[in-house]
Ligand binder design. Structure first.
Ligand SMILES: NC(=O)c1ccc[n+]([C@@H]2O[C@H](COP(=O)([O-])OP(=O)(O)OC[C@H]3O[C@@H](n4cnc5c(N)ncnc54)[C@H](OP(=O)(O)O)[C@@H]3O)[C@@H](O)[C@H]2O)c1
Length: 245
């Protein structure tokens, strides 16, 4: 599957990994990108850089009405990247639950709403691909980011369930499980980090090779073996159980 000539929508595309995905999509010859952000003027630099390939779209992923409008406007989309994300680490036992609820609103309920809104679009168009940004923290909880990890586990579960449900309809659902990437989100962590550009290119390589999971950096690559031997094996067993007799 080539990325060339696809029509993509990327949430949270104004900075970080989302911005790098837009740059990589343009480089690989995508025909149009709905660059989504909650503050539309934050997309001005992308339009200046890439011109008419970019269609700016106002989209706060916590807004059901904005998600519905996005699905109407981007009704020719063939790839939707659920990239927008939020991290506000709090102590699991004593921390502020408002932060945890916001993490879930953006990291889980947003992608769920977008999956529900764009599945009919993909069905009308004869298929499509969701690319969901989870995290290695979604495969094994990091207690320093406890509720963020929970929210990323939830989007991982959504990814696996939607893949099982929709694969027979020509809809692919790809899970992405990065380790630390050098963006605003990880600015407080002193450790080696992948560049957003390398992660964006690994995601598009995964799309083009037909992968259902992408481990886009050296740290996350260490998760692949255990994941494939464990959770993926269970998912494949469920897929077999769902096959008509
Ligand atoms: N960086 C890492 O180490 C790392 C590792 C694993 C997974 N990830 C995941 O990768 C994705 C991108 O992360 P990043 O590192 O690029 O983060 P980032 O630099 O903090 O960027 C976050 C993006 O999400 C957008 N966003 C936040 N709340 C939103 C909302 N309610 N509606 C729409 N957009 C919203 C932000 O828009 P504003 O500019 O308007 O705030 C921004 O564009 C996230 O899902 C993150 O969890 C990141």
């Amino acid at each position: 599957m080539k990325i060339e000539n696809q029509i993509a929508l990327v949430t949270g595309s104004n900075r970080g990994i989302g911005r790098a995905i837009v740059d990589a999509l343009v480089e690989r010859g995508v025909s149009k990108i709905y660059a989504a952000a909650r503050n539309i003027s934050s997309l001005d630099p992308l339009v200046q850089e890439h011109g008419s390939k970019i269609v700016p779209l106002e989209l706060d992923v916590t807004s059901e009405s904005q998600i519905a409008k996005a699905a109407e406007k981007a009704s020719d989309a063939t790839v939707v990247v659920n990239n927008a994300g939020y991290l506000d680490p709090q102590d699991l036992i004593t921390g502020d639950l408002t932060a945890a609820r916001r993490e879930f609103e953006i990291n889980y309920w947003g992608p769920l709403g977008i999956t529900r809104a764009f599945t009919p679009v993909f069905k009308t168009n004869g298929g499509g691909t969701f690319i969901n940004l989870s995290s290695i923290a979604g495969l094994s909880n990091y207690p320093s980011l406890p509720t963020y990890s929970d929210s990323k586990a939830a989007v991982h579960s959504l990814t696996s369930g939607a893949r099982l449900l929709l694969s027979g309809e020509g809809i692919n659902v790809i899970g992405v499980y990065p380790g630390p990437v050098d963006t605003d989100l990880s600015k407080d962590f002193e450790m080696e980090k992948a560049t957003p550009a390398s992660v964006a290119n690994a995601i598009l390589d995964g799309f083009e090779s037909g992968a259902s999971e992408v481990f886009p950096d050296p740290m996350s690559e260490g998760y692949r073996g255990p994941y494939e031997a464990g959770q993926k094996t269970i998912e494949n067993n469920i897929a077999q159980m769902l096959q008509p007799a």
